[in-house]
Design a protein around this ligand. Structure first.
Ligand SMILES: [Zn+2]
Length: 322
């Protein structure tokens, strides 16, 4: 057995997987104050200890723990460089921090790289060359090239969210200006929608009822403000999408993350912009889909990363059973 954990800015999800990647049990815990590193990590450790306890017996061992986290992740050092909007998570060596406390073999994986692994084994394309484009509270891409996750020499490839689409745009936490994620993350979509809440939702609804899904439902019902916000988001996203495909020439694109709640109304907007603005040879050959794993690609990928880690490091098995 292995454990897979998905850390998100608003929840932590843990699961027990067998070595075939089948999910045996899962639990999701909401995280309200993610900015508070200690508190979030304590929630995470409690969850892992609980799962270890119910899984382990003299015959059964948890061989490894895969953690899929937002990043950028400096894989060489197992370090989370930063998580935008959460200053407490800067230069955190999560592996070292947890290994000391949990006595378990740990692998930290960038959430989008975990997601593309899950798409490779469980997704709808199952191709050797694919991109998983996550549009969530942040933006990033997991790239599968010739059946391998493309990490680059510095092991941080795929940071499309921090490529600039406006040279004199607002400053980003990464140090650059006008980064893609400042324009089309779901954080940005929800922030903008808050200003027009009373135009989008009936007056009696509360602020927390304003979600990507409720914006999409309003748009589907003919609400012009909601449609405009989704269109704007899709427009900016498409700029990043074309940039990435122009560089990598990858024909199979999977879009995942919270934006999936926006449904086909948003996806069709992206496809329209793509058909209009991409070069013809790309527009005619690139396929764009939502992930069939809904927003769970990174979660499943955390489990798969842990399994692959055990297979590549068989000493873990012998150490555990001795
Ligand atoms: Zn940036």
């Amino acid at each position: 057995m292995v454990l897979g954990v998905r850390i998100q800015r608003n929840f932590i999800k843990a699961g027990i997987f067998n070595l075939k990647g089948n999910l045996k049990k899962e639990k999701k815990v909401e995280v309200k104050d993610f900015w508070d590193f200690e508190n979030t990590i304590n929630t995470l450790m409690k969850l892992i200890k609980e799962f270890k306890e119910i899984t382990e017996s003299p015959q059964k061992h948890v061989l490894s723990l895969g953690i899929a986290s937002p990043g950028p992740i400096i894989s060489r050092k197992d370090e989370i460089a930063f998580i935008t909007n959460f200053s407490g998570w800067k230069n955190v060596n999560l592996k070292e921090y947890l290994t000391d406390k949990l006595n378990i073999d740990i692998l930290i994986e960038h959430d989008v790289n975990a997601a593309i692994l899950a798409e490779k084994y469980l997704g709808s394309y199952k191709k050797e060359d694919m991109i998983y484009f996550s549009v969530d509270r942040g933006i990033g891409a997991g790239i599968l090239s010739r059946n391998k996750v493309l990490r680059g020499v510095l092991l941080t490839a795929g940071e499309i969210g921090h490529t600039s689409i406006k040279y004199n745009g607002p400053e980003c936490e990464c140090g650059n200006r006008g980064c893609l994620e400042l324009y089309c993350s779901t954080t940005k979509l929800l922030d903008k929608a808050k200003k027009y809440r009373h135009e989008i939702l009936p007056d009696e609804t509360q602020e927390d009822e304003l979600t990507v899904k409720s914006i999409s439902e309003a748009a589907a019902g003919g609400n012009e403000t909601a449609k405009k916000l989704l269109r704007e988001n899709a427009y900016y996203f498409n700029i990043g999408l074309i940039n990435l495909i122009n560089i990598l020439a990858t024909p199979h694109i999977i879009i995942g993350g919270e934006i999936q709640e926006a449904g086909t109304i948003w996806l069709n907007m992206v496809k329209e912009f793509f058909a209009e603005k991409a070069m013809d040879h790309l527009a005619n050959n690139v396929k764009i889909k939502f992930s069939k794993l809904q927003s769970s690609s990174s979660f499943y990928g955390a489990g798969i990363a842990a399994i692959n880690h055990v297979i590549n490091n068989p000493d873990i098995i012998y150490k555990k059973s001795s």
